[in-house]
Design a binder for this molecule. Structure first.
Ligand code: ADP
Ligand code: MG
Length: 347
């Protein structure tokens, strides 16, 4: 019999990133082809000089990452693919292949699987990615989808999380907080429906945030724009867990601090309107909400002129010395508040 005298450590004590660091500590990389292992949006591998391969995986679990009572399967398939493409763009690369692993219970029909794959294949078509394999299993509790994406980029193009330096400008694409507000709206309407199935949903005027939650896009257009303007970001990450958490990732990896300004964070008016309706500060939704799949990147200040007229890119602050920490300047009285990573944590 196993006898365990050691007290066990709960995963919630460690948190998701604590667990990843714990696993990473056990790993020794032995192949020369491994350029970067754990710790960025994708691993970087090199099999031939100057052409590097990018690999990233994401796992979506029913009841944890999605709720099938309000998520159409086609949208779920689309999103499962997009979140993977986003990690390759966050390395300044191009996604080209995916493999798809699914596990589902016997309550699933062929028609349901077709719908899921319709979404995955639509995303592949839109982003010119080939589906090249996967694995299929049954499951005793709910649906699992895990996608691995493979992409590529020239070695000199790849943008890591660790290149930000003092005085670099901090930029984000698009607008933030919408996906989280969309989730809050869907959850609210679910509760209303459960209480009274006859009630009509109150989702008029909120199409934008619903789309942000149910049908996100990956910012390939921003990667192309940066290339056209001849800008290589000094660091980059995609916003899957909320602006605060991603900024802290960049600052920790780059050994720097940052200052951002709450009034510079881009938000759509629909996001603000819904946040007001549920008495939530919309800035909190941008910092801690997540799932926006926008790109967060830093650029050298000399590139400012090239991006200042681009509507889809906002400068929200700058990189500082590490000793200053990660801060946000808030409100009319310009209060300095320490940023905390309170975004999505698997545990
Ligand atoms: P992202 O939010 O960009 O998808 P994650 O936060 O999921 O990134 O992962 C951060 C890093 O940890 C990545 O390099 C990823 O490959 C690695 N990672 C996550 N989970 C595991 C795991 N179970 N085993 C090994 N590496 C992992
Ligand atoms: Mg990422």
């Amino acid at each position: 019999m196993f006898e365990n005298k050691q007290p066990l450590t709960s995963l919630s004590e460690l948190g998701e990133f604590g667990l990843i660091n714990h696993l990473n500590d056990k790993i020794t990389l032995i192949n020369k082809s491994t350029i970067k292992g754990i710790g960025d949006d994708a691993a970087v591998l090199e099999y031939s000089a100057n052409r590097q391969i990018l690999v990233s995986s994401d796992l979506l679990v029913e009841g944890i990452h999605f709720d099938l009572s309000y998520t159409p399967l086609k949208h779920l398939g689309y999103k499962a693919a997009i979140v993977n493409f986003s990690d390759i763009y966050a390395m300044n690369g191009k996604p080209e292949h995916i493999t798809v692993n699914i596990a589902m219970s016997n309550r699933f029909s062929l028609e349901a699987v077709d719908e899921l794959y319709e979404g995955i294949l639509l995303a592949c078509k839109n982003y010119e990615v080939d589906l090249v394999g996967g694995d299929t299993s049954s499951s005793k509790s709910g649906l699992f989808i895990s996608i691995t994406v493979i992409g590529q980029a020239g070695a000199d193009k790849i943008t890591y999380r660790n290149g930000a330096k003092s005085n670099d400008l901090i930029c984000v694409s698009g607008d933030l907080g919408g996906a989280y507000m969309g989730l809050q709206l869907l959850e609210r309407e679910k509760q209303v429906f459960l209480a009274n199935p006859e009630m009509q949903p109150e989702i008029d005027n909120y199409d934008y945030i619903l789309e942000r939650q149910l049908k996100p896009e990956a910012r390939e257009d921003i990667i192309k724009l940066l290339e056209k303007e001849n800008i290589k970001p000094t660091s980059m990450i995609d916003i899957s867990d909320g602006l605060a958490s991603e900024l802290i990732h960049i600052c920790t990896s780059s050994n720097v601090g940052c200052t951002i300004y709450d009034d510079k964070i881009p938000m759509d008016h629909t996001t603000i309107a819904f946040a007001n309706e549920i008495n939530m500060d919309p800035v909190t939704a941008t910092l801690n909400g997540g799932e926006d799949y926008e790109l967060l990147f830093t650029i050298d200040i000399k590139d400012y002129n090239k991006i200042k007229e681009i509507k889809e890119i906002s400068v929200i602050g700058h990189i500082t010395d590490k000793s200053e920490g990660c801060n946000i300047i808030c409100g009319d009285n310009k209060e300095l508040v320490l940023l905390k990573a309170q975004g999505w944590n698997a545990f």
